[in-house]
Design a protein around this ligand. Sequence first.
Ligand code: C5P
Length: 216
Amino acid sequence: MTHVFTIAIDGPAGAGKGTLARRLADHYRLNLLDTGLTYRAVAYALIQHALPLDNVSAAETAARQVDMAKLDRAVLSAHAVGEAASKVAVYPTVRRILVEKQRDFAKTPPGAVLDGRDIGTVVCPDADIKLYVTASTEVRARRRLAEIESIGGTADFAEILADIVRRDERDMGRADSPLKPATDAHLLDTSEMAIEAAFLAAMAVIDDVLAKRDKA
Ligand code: C5P
């Protein structure tokens, strides 16, 4: 059987894991899945149908209908959709449906880089590499503000910071699959690190694992 290679990347919003995942998928020629988009797609479907986010059975239906080939980042990236996603993400039945789709994606050769909150702990506990990417809340808020300003928008730093703290609390505090590093994850704190440095650090970890495997 061909070995399917899996890189699991977890961490809070704004730590840089999305960019890192894209760079690693490019470099190692692996498929890429931003699992946050699957939760966003569920939230977006509910919003589109003017359904409350606590309508669990509608959320389950929306989760079943998520088409992994049609996750549209442009539509799903809105900040409000991210907030709503973290609310539907607390429902275990919704998670189970999406996790199954994410696992199927991961199994497709040659393998994949998946980023999210529970990849190393729940979705792919046997991943070849697990990275936990984090950064201080202040740094993440500063990055988000810079991102908004770079596209001509304006925002209030204190509000962004409060938003990030709230989202972290929801993601780390939920009962099912809370955000936390897997016990065997490599920690990467990007607070003082540019994305290029984070990429090089991640590559060093991965190349080390690959070299040991070649020798075995
Ligand atoms: O990463 P992103 O901001 O797109 O994720 C949106 C929300 O989806 C997160 O705040 C989190 O609540 C949820 N999520 C999750 N598990 C994942 C990925 C995202 O619960 N694997």
